[in-house]
Structures are given as C-alpha cells and as structure tokens.
Design a protein around this ligand. Structure first.
Ligand SMILES: Cc1cc2nc3c(=O)[nH]c(=O)nc-3n(C[C@H](O)[C@H](O)[C@H](O)COP(=O)(O)O)c2cc1C
Length: 390
C-alpha cells in the first residue's frame, strides 16, 4: 500500500481524513443529514439488526462478485451514487469519480446538480449513468432528457424524494449555504485548509472559471455564487407520476427511479414502465426520520416483479453489501465515502476506496460460504432481537 493510503483501511477512515482536508462548511455539506441526523444514524444502525449464519467447507475458491445489471457485467455489486457539486470538494470531482469507476468496471452515476458539463463526463466514461432532478415544467423536462440522450447516456436515474428542499440546518451552522456567501469566516476556512484552497478551489477558478450548475436544465444554470441559485432548485412540489410518464415515453434507454421507500410507489413505478428503482432515503438528507431503506427492502423486493431493485444509504462495509443483497437488493450504491476519497486522493483515492470495499465483499463471500452473489439469500441472515449477539 502506498504511503498516502497507509491509514485508510476502511471506508470510514476516509471520512476522518476528509474532515481534516476540507473546509468545515464543505465537509458539513457532504457529511451531514437533515435536521438532527436521525435518519442518517438509522441508516447505519439498521445493518446491525442482522447477523450472518455462515456455511463452511463449501469450496469457495471460484467465488466472483461479478454482477450483471441492465445487460452490463460489472465487476462488483456496488456503484458510485450521484452526488451534487462534487467538483467543489474534489478537483474536477465528477470526472475523477467517472474515471475511477471506469477503471474498476463499476457504475458511476453523475449528479444533475453538478458543476461539470454532462457531455464531458459521458466522454470520459461512456458507461456512466446520469441522474436528473426534474425541472418544474414539462418543456424543460423534455429538453433536459433530450440533452442527456444526445450526450450518449444509456441509463437515466430520476430522483424523486425532493419535492422541496430539506432542512439541513447543520450545514447552515457550519457556514454552508447555496448560494455560497463570501464571508470572512468562509475565507478563513479556505486559508486554514491550504491543500483544498490551492488544489481544488484556486485550481478550478484559474483553469475553468467560476463553477456553474451545468446540468440542471438543457441550458447552463446559475453560478454557485448567484442569488438565483435557490430559485433554480425550487418549484418542484407540483411534480407527479404523469411527469414520470412523460419521461418514460420520451426516454428510450433504461429508466431508474431513485428515492422509492414504499410498496405502493413500487407498484406505481412498475406500472409506469420503469426499469429499476433505488430504495433510498437519500443518505438521510431529505425527510428527517425516514426509515432506513434496509428495513423496507424485503417488502419492496416482493412487489417489484421484473423491475430491478437497487438500494443505497449507509453502506460502508462488504458485510453491509451482502446484507442488502440478502434482503432483496440486486445492487447497491455508496455515496459519501467515494466523495471523501475523491477529495483527498483524486482518482487514485477513489480507486483505493473501491478496492477496499471490493476486498471486503470478496472476503465476506468466502466466509459466508458462497461463490456467487445470487446465493446470498435471506436464509443466511438472522434478525437479531434486542440483546442478541453480535
Ligand atoms: C454530498 C452529497 C450530494 C448528493 N447529491 C445528490 C444528488 O445530486 N442527487 C441525488 O439523487 N442524490 C444525491 N445524494 C444522495 C446520494 O445519491 C445517495 O443517496 C446517498 O449519499 C447514499 O447514502 P450514503 O452517503 O450513506 O452512502 C447526495 C449525497 C451526498 C452525500
């Protein structure tokens, strides 16, 4: 292991390193959840409700974590979740994530709230997916979908748990607002984190100019310092399933809906011709107190029929990946740790993080006693009651 990564042994280690590397407001934006972080903590805690019941002497020498998803054979059952303004925490963040995902043959989902043009990311990684937040008006939705198709993306993920902006007061307390408001405090946060200031902020400004929201619409959006940024994000509360139907009629590629948490919405998504759903509470960043996706996964998987069920929120370990698969997910996504990895180590950092999780999945498969992830059924888990081991 090369020297800069000696202390990065698990995905959680990246959070500690990023906390030192990033200015406080930016770290707060990435790490925080809504309100009191109750949903955020719940995501992690849910995995502890299950223990493994391993099988032994099953000859696991031929094990493989390869996973086929939407006709593509990926190397792992996990991918990189869409994360907005990744180019603020990491230099050219979206491109870094796209390159690392391509090298590891895992999917990377580019966020629609991003500061690098989606066409650039598609060029860097033609297998990347694009995540859209829907603009408020049908004509603008159609224009955006058209642009994404023109760029060559094959999978469109529409995030639907964002009727209004969440309350992330912990971000505000840490000095993070959108638009970013220049202040003495912000300046000090930058100066006291010189590697980020020079390597990400100044390098971006000098090389690429003031970052704009590039992909919220078909046309270029506001710069991150602009007063009308907030307006660009709002006016979405009237959206409903007919807008999704509009996209389904227009979009010829795979359509994934992210942010499904109920069996009823699973049924509607299936009826709307959706190819896959991501069971997700947005990493605890939207509605405070939303249950962990892991808890609703079995019921949703039971309703999904031939729709592909994916999941995210709180996955940090290979054991978490296996638990999610056992409870009905076909695939999972990981958010924050890959963002931290891009911030502190660029593409090499993200590759290191992917490698850690891949090694854990491989080791855990062997110890659980399976050769293929399809063998990871619910019978290999035990639901723990309060006071049980582990
Ligand atoms: C910094 C950050 C930005 C995010 N931006 C988006 C986004 O633009 N679109 C989206 O659908 N989800 C977004 N999410 C949610 C992630 O896609 C994902 O659901 C969540 O991070 C998973 O939880 P985890 O971070 O615990 O792995 C964001 C998450 C983070 C941490």
């Amino acid at each position: 292991m090369s020297a800069p990564y000696r202390n990065l042994l698990s995905l959680d280690d990246f959070e500690r390193a990023a906390c030192r590397h990033l200015p406080r407001p930016i770290f707060a934006y990435v790490s925080g959840g809504a309100e009191d972080n109750f949903a955020l903590r719940g995501n992690r805690a849910a995995f502890d409700d299950y223990g493994f019941v391993p099988r032994v002497l099953t000859d696991v020498s031929k094990r493989s974590a390869a996973t086929s998803l939407f006709g593509h054979e990926y190397a792992q059952p996990f991918g990189i979740a869409p994360m907005g303004i990744a180019a603020l925490s990491a230099y050219r963040g979206d491109l870094v994530l796209a390159r690392a995902a391509r090298a590891a043959n895992i999917p990377m989902v580019m966020s629609g709230s991003s500061l690098i043009r989606l066409e650039e990311v598609a060029k860097e990684n033609p297998a990347a997916w694009f995540q859209a937040y829907l603009p408020g008006e049908p004509a603008r939705i159609a224009a955006l979908v058209d642009r994404v198709a023109q760029a060559g993306f094959g999978t469109l993920m529409v995030t639907v748990d964002v009727a209004v902006l969440p309350s992330r007061e912990n971000n505000v307390r840490a000095g993070f607002t959108l638009p970013l408001r220049p202040s003495l405090g912000l300046a000090w946060d930058g100066i006291s984190h010189p590697r980020w200031l020079l390597g990400t902020a100044l390098r971006t400004l000098l090389g690429h100019g003031m970052p704009h929201f590039e992909n919220s619409f078909a046309e270029r959006g506001a710069p991150i310092l602009a007063r009308n940024v907030e307006r660009d994000f709002s006016k979405r509360d009237h959206l409903n399933w007919t807008h999704l139907g509009q996209i389904r009629r227009q979009w010829k590629g795979r359509l994934v809906v992210k942010g499904i948490m109920s069996v009823e919405d699973t049924r509607i998504a299936r009826g709307s011709g959706v190819d896959g759903i991501v069971v997700s509470n947005h990493g605890g960043r939207q509605l405070e107190g939303t249950v962990s996706p892991l808890r609703v996964l079995p019921a949703i998987a039971g309703e999904a029929a031939d729709m592909t069920v994916m999941m995210d929120s709180g996955i940090r370990r290979g054991t978490h990946v296996l638990k999610a698969l056992a409870l009905g997910a076909k695939f999972v996504f990981v958010g924050r740790p890959f963002n931290y990895a891009a911030s502190i180590g660029g593409e090499a950092g993200v590759r290191h993080a992917i490698g850690i999780l891949a090694a854990e999945v491989d080791r855990d498969m062997a110890l659980v006693g399976i050769n293929a992830l399809a063998e990871m059924g619910a019978e290999r888990l035990m639901r723990l009651r309060f006071g049980d081991d582990p």
